[in-house]
Design a protein around this ligand. Structure first.
Ligand code: GDG
Length: 483
């Protein structure tokens, strides 16, 4: 019997938009994997109590424009959203500063991009405290509080101190780096961050490597005893485990059959004159290895003239953080490289790279996942990477080749991809050549194995496994099945 009353999710961003309708403003939930996983988790928790699903509470930052919306709009039949408002300067130091200008580059091993500013750390503490205030007003005995990601590392301990009986989960979505990186943080900050995370009862990372890195940091920085997967603190013990996040397999598998997706796929294939298609989509970020990827493709083109005019690389970069210096620089570098390659190899009738700096609709994304011959996913560092899993899940036809960086967390689960090192442009060029020439039989065998893995290890299993990790802690057994 599960003993949780309600699920309280806390993440930096609220996964909702507020839409103006004839009946006023309404809460619309987005369709991301985390939302689906949380929904299924909460339904099962709810069903276990009284047969009816209880509402899920979601605490997340919101910008000041929401302050003018009537609070009844923050609720729909499934969710209650709790916007956290904060002073603009605090938000800037917390989010743009400490989170995106220090933790993000540092934890992705871009140490020279990291900015260490005391004022940002102050803002980070203040912002985490704002989240705590929102939670304190909300939490009741028996609730499960599930905190997400690197913006809220201090929050688990803050919650425990404020509410010692609370049950707290914490999941880290980006890589947890080696101790050598953690050592770059000033002593007081690294103590505070590790102690902050350790306020949770269960801590999850994507891979066993990240778990090991975290354990080593805890051992070296805090000298705490570690027994198997448990860290023992004076007032509680913490279970630390890998829970590889995944995708809603059924959704991606079936969406490929939607009439709109099929029509758009046919349109793309016609526009690209039946060329073979290589596809990539990422948020603009220096961690994604986009320039090396382009250099790998350039090398492939220069070594394989027979492929000229027969292949198109459709590369979408989704706008992100482009007010920040490093992001502007990488954008300029990408666009110069695309221009150079198209200028070097292109002809009047053939553009080697179709580049766009825009986001795709879900239908466009699905059409490209299902139309392409190769998904080229080459991050220099990525906690997991969901794009590669979505691509595989969408290929009901069991065709297509995944080229995947060994530095994405997902590479540990998908050995049937062509695994490359993203900085080795010759290896990338060779993998493109191998992928384009791969016989349908081999594509099918590799795809079938990857799809089987993802069908079993889907996002519902991820959230259920996380929930199950609380069982021993509470001395009970949940019996949750995966879809
Ligand atoms: C973090 C970690 C980890 C992207 N472009 C478009 C679009 N997307 C969707 C994809 C996918 C998601 O965004 C991106 O997922 P990732 O996993 O690649 O990365 P993040 O969300 O940045 O971040 C990462 C993840 O957390 C989960 O733990 O895997 O390592 O950095 O779902 O489909 N969707 C649409 N149009 C786009 O243009 N519709």
């Amino acid at each position: 019997m599960n003993t949780f009353n309600r699920l309280l999710i806390v993440s930096y961003r609220l996964p909702f938009t507020f839409q103006q309708t004839d009946n006023g403003v309404v809460l619309v939930q987005n369709s991301g994997g985390l939302v689906s996983a949380v929904l299924s988790m909460a339904e099962r928790m709810g069903q276990k109590q009284d047969g009816a699903a209880t509402k899920i509470h979601w605490v997340g930052h919101a910008d000041a424009s929401l302050q003018h919306i009537e609070s009844s709009a923050f609720e729909n039949e499934t969710f209650v959203a709790h916007p956290v408002f904060m002073d603009e300067a605090v938000h800037k130091g917390f989010y743009e500063g400490f989170s995106n200008d220090l933790i993000w580059p540092l934890f992705h091993y871009f140490t020279s991009f990291a900015s260490f500013r005391e004022t940002d750390f102050d803002s980070y503490q203040q912002a985490n405290t704002r989240f705590l205030e929102e939670l304190t007003a909300l939490i009741e005995p028996g609730d499960l509080v599930w905190i997400h990601d690197f913006q809220l590392m201090l929050l688990p301990d803050m919650v425990r101190k404020a509410m010692p009986t609370a049950t707290i989960g914490y999941f880290f979505h980006i890589p947890f780096p080696t101790y050598e990186i953690i050592k770059l943080l000033p002593r007081t900050w690294r103590h505070a961050l590790l102690n902050g995370i350790l306020g949770a009862d269960v801590i999850g990372f994507h891979t066993a490597d990240y778990v090991q890195h975290f354990m080593q940091s805890v051992s070296d920085v805090l000298a705490l005893p570690i027994i198997g997967p448990r860290i023992v603190l004076p007032d509680h013990s913490v279970v630390v485990k890998d829970f590889p996040i995944s995708v809603d397999f059924t959704k991606f598998n079936s969406s490929g059959q939607d009439a709109a997706v099929i029509a758009m796929k046919a349109q793309y294939q016609t526009l690209l004159q039946q060329d073979k298609i290589i596809f990539s989509v990422d948020r603009l970020d220096y961690t994604k290895g986009i320039t090396y990827r382009l250099q790998g493709y350039e090398r492939f083109l220069s070594q394989n003239p027979d492929w000229h005019d027969n292949v198109t690389f459709v590369m979408t970069v989704v706008p992100s953080r482009d007010q920040i210096g490093h992001y502007q620089e990488i954008k300029r570098e990408i666009e110069e490289t695309v221009g150079r390659i198209n200028g070097l190899f292109g002809t009047i009738g053939w553009r080697p790279i179709v580049y766009s700096y825009a986001s795709l609709t879900f239908t466009e994304l699905m059409a490209l996942y299902t139309a392409c011959d190769i998904a080229l996913i080459t991050p220099i560092r990525d906690g997991m990477n969901l794009v590669c899993k979505e691509f595989v899940a969408s290929r009901q036809d069991q065709r297509g080749v995944l080229i995947l960086s060994e530095l994405a967390g997902a590479a540990q689960e998908l050995p049937d991809a062509l695994i490359i090192n993203p900085t080795d442009t010759q290896e990338v060029a060779d993998a493109i050549k191998q992928g384009l020439a791969m016989a349908p039989d081999e594509q099918e065998q590799r795809m079938a194995r990857m799809r089987m893995h993802l069908q079993n290890h889907n996002v519902f299993r991820w959230s259920n496994d996380f929930l199950r990790a609380f069982d021993n802690l509470l001395g009970n057994q949940t019996d949750l099945e995966t879809d």
